[in-house]
Design a protein around this ligand. Structure first.
Ligand code: DX5
Ligand code: ZN
Length: 219
């Protein structure tokens, strides 16, 4: 069974309470919080996501899945840990070297959150193999990070398969999350390849009925 993490990136202002409570009632498994700093990616959603995530913490019991698309990973971990997310994921590409990657992993653990590492479409999956025993989740970007509503890069399906095979062979317990362009057409492909958490933004927020689309994406 896969889990669904709904990205609230494209949530309209003024509709926050309705959308968040509606998603909770429709059984999303996580809220996916897309944190962008205007440097690692062009857009800046930093303050808005701090505000939204503390709002979610107040009105909902569901876990948050924070996706940091930022250069200053350490600062963002410290700030977003305050909303007590279940998962904090940072980008491998945002770290200057492998030592920093390990430091960020440990920092997230000190905040009692689960740890995820994300890689962009052009980064080879093999680059993060050495960190897998220390983390809970690998977030494979299936679009270039930066905005919602893009088309899933179909080559990424092979990347998911490669990782799935590697962790199965090595008996490493790591969740595989995919993010970008997940919809009813692409979900079966990434699930079959081995993903077990699917992030979806546009597909869910633009659907008529959150409950129906979430169920359809899961099954
Ligand atoms: C992209 C974000 C994604 C994205 C998901 O940089 O990390 O979470 O917004 O949105 P959709 O489902 O619209 O691709
Ligand atoms: Zn994301």
């Amino acid at each position: 069974m896969v889990e669904i993490s709904t990205s609230i990136l494209s949530m309209k202002e003024g509709e926050e309470a309705e959308v968040i409570l509606g998603l909770e009632a429709s059984k999303t498994d996580y809220f996916h919080i897309d944190v962008m700093d205007g440097k690692f990616v062009e857009k800046n959603t930093y303050d808005k996501m701090l505000k939204y995530s503390s709002y979610i913490k107040r009105i909902s019991n569901l876990p948050m899945d924070v996706h940091l698309m930022v250069e200053d990973v350490e600062k963002a971990i410290d700030e977003f840990a305050s909303v007590e997310p279940n998962i904090i994921t940072f980008h491998y590409e945002a770290c200057k070297d492998k030592k920093e990657v390990m430091q960020m992993i440990n920092l997230i653990k000190e905040h009692h959150c689960r740890v995820g590492i994300s890689i962009k479409p052009n980064t080879n999956i093999e680059e993060i193999y050495e960190f897998l025993p220390y983390i809970h989740l690998c977030l494979i970007m299936t679009v270039e990070p930066g905005k919602g509503g893009q088309t899933l890069l179909i080559d990424m399906v092979n990347k998911i398969k490669t990782l799935k095979k590697y962790i199965t062979d090595k008996k490493i317990e790591v969740e595989i999350e995919v993010d970008g362009g997940v919809n009813l057409n692409t979900a079966p492909k990434v699930k079959e390849a081995g993903a077990n958490i699917l992030v979806a933004g546009t597909a869910i927020l633009l659907a008529k009925d959150y409950k129906v689309i979430i169920e359809e994406l899961k099954n």
